[in-house]
Write a protein that binds this ligand. Structure first.
Ligand code: FES
Length: 152
């Protein structure tokens, strides 16, 4: 764990209270970036909550990440408007540009993590991706390379 002191502060903030696990894990994830096995074991040891229960919660909720994420998060919209505007080709091109296979979502250099999401709320711009907080719309596969270069 990189941020043991911050994790200890978070645990101490929640310990002894009811219903602490989800907010505690959210805080811990915000600090470390993801929930590693070491982190979950440490939370278990410090709180007395069984590791199997922590792991069960961490894997049940999609907001929790069990693997480190890239510096830039790319959200490829697969909502209806984007889907009918060929979001699949956009996703294929993003993966191709970043040299990712279907099983991988994070580049080897740790710069990018790609995820598909439901509607990003700007359907009139379909197909849409977000890189971090920036929205890029009315995309074609040819436009992807230029966009990603900005974040290299
Ligand atoms: S469906 Fe893609 S932004 Fe709404």
């Amino acid at each position: 764990m990189k941020f043991k002191t911050e994790i200890d502060i978070t645990i101490n903030k929640f310990i002894g209270k009811k219903g602490i696990l989800i907010p505690l894990l959210q805080n811990a994830q915000d600090i470390e970036g993801y929930l590693s096995k070491d982190l979950m074991s440490y939370v278990s040891e410090k709180t007395g909550i069984k590791l199997a229960h922590i792991y069960g919660v961490a894997t049940f909720y999609t907001m929790f990440r069990l693997k480190p994420q890239g510096k830039h998060i790319i959200r490829v919209c697969k909502g209806t408007a984007c889907h009918v505007s060929d979001a699949n080709s956009i996703m294929k091109e993003v993966n191709k540009q970043l040299d990712l296979t279907n099983e991988e979502d994070t580049t080897k250099d740790g710069k990018f993590t790609v995820m598909s999401v439901a509607c990003l709320g700007c359907c009139s711009l379909a197909p849409v991706i977000m890189v971090g907080d920036n929205t890029h719309g009315r995309l074609t596969p040819d436009s992807i390379g230029k966009i990603l270069k900005k974040y290299e």
